[in-house]
Each structure stands twice: as structure tokens, then as C-alpha cells.
Design a binder for this molecule. Sequence first.
Ligand code: GLP
Length: 240
Amino acid sequence: MELILTENYDEMVEKAFSIVKSLVVTKPDAVLGLATGSTPLGLYKLITQDHKECGTSYKAVKTVNLDEYKGLAPDNRQSYAYFMRKNLFEHIDIELCNTNIENGLAENEKAECERYDEILKELPRDLQLLGLGSNGHIAFNEPSTPFGSTTHVVALTENTVKDNSRLFADASEVPRKAFTMGIKSIMQAKKILLLASGKNKAQAVLRLVKGEVSELLPASVLQLHPDCITIVDKEAASLL
Ligand code: GLP
């Protein structure tokens, strides 16, 4: 795993942006695995700005997102589908039909997970972007998720519900379940780019970089990936 330390958040997303841009410029029909959360927001702003100013095109790019809350419709403001449209897709020239995310409203969980695994098979990712949960989760793969997991439904831990409640009016509104890409599926991406920023990620970053590879810290599996870049700002790296 290649570790890049940056002074601050802005430098972290600039470094991530240059990796994404060079991929899209050299391979205009690249498949990107995308993430939600506050961490990638600055990266999505840079992609938008560059698209407007330099004309980098996403017309042939395809995307697959990591996860979606169960029970939320794509037009619900708290859904990850809505987040992606508002923070990225509506600002670039990507075709919405080329973007994929789990259907939070799917009644048949098993069928929805199988549908998503098929999409992942058909669209081998050139790059998978990841954030990091404060408990070391990646996507919504909480501690103790098997490394062999594919798309599945998870019950979110209290820790994750609490972390994510800042984006809801009240913690009671945070859905308790979610669809998520599995750890095996994440590891199948050709290249992985994990971003972590802020003090509340420091413990997870320490265990990700220096701890043992263990299902208790889902992100530690990335130590086994042949091409994973982890970009961490000063605060998130403060325990290293
Ligand atoms: C959620 C998402 C993860 C994300 C994590 C961290 O749980 N499912 O994909 O990495 O939050 O979010 P943030 O970047 O807001 O700290």
C-alpha cells in the first residue's frame, strides 16, 4: 500500500483529483467506483471545476457506487443516489444511465444484491474510491464482515448511525440498514484510492496502516491489494 501524507484536506483532494483526472484523460471510458460521505466532496468539486474549465469529459465514463441506505428512494435528499446527483453527476457531462447504485427501495434484498453483483462483474473498475469509517469500515462493511463478502445488506452499528446522524435532522431518522458492495468486490478493483481526513479517523488510520490484517478492521484488507493508494491528511495521520 502506498501512503501519501498531506498537510491538509485541500492537498489531499488535489492529489486524489490528479489521479482521477489522469485516468479519465488516458481512458475516457474508464469505470469508476465512487463513494459518498463528506470526505470525497472536495474531490467532486475539483472534478466539476476541471470539467467546466478544462472540458475533461465524462461522457463515456461509467460509475458504480459503493452503498445505499435501505428504504430510501433515489429522490430522498438523504439517499446516496441523491447525494451523487447533487454533488457530482449534475455538474459534469456523465450520462445518468451510465451510473449505478443499489436500489434502496428493493423489496427483495437477495435479488437486488445479485443484480448489483452482475453489474460489478460486467463493469470491472479501473479505480475504486473509498472513504473510511471511524471504526475502520469501508463502504458499509462494518467490523467482522467477512473479507469474502459480495453485495449484501448490513445492519449499521450504533457508531456508524451516530457518525452519519450529522447529515440527518435527528439520529432517529438514520436508516438502520443499508445495501453495500462487499469487501471481495471492493478488492476486485484494479486500483484503490482511500482518502481519510480529520482527527476522528486517526485511530482507524493507525490500524489500517500499522495494524494486522483483520476482519475486525475492514479497511486493513487493503494492505493485501496490489495497487492501493491511501492519502491521509495531517490530523488523520496524527497517531502514525
Ligand atoms: C459512510 C459511507 C462510507 C464512508 C463513511 C465515512 O458510512 N458508507 O462509504 O466512507 O461514511 O464518511 P465521511 O467521509 O463523511 O467521514
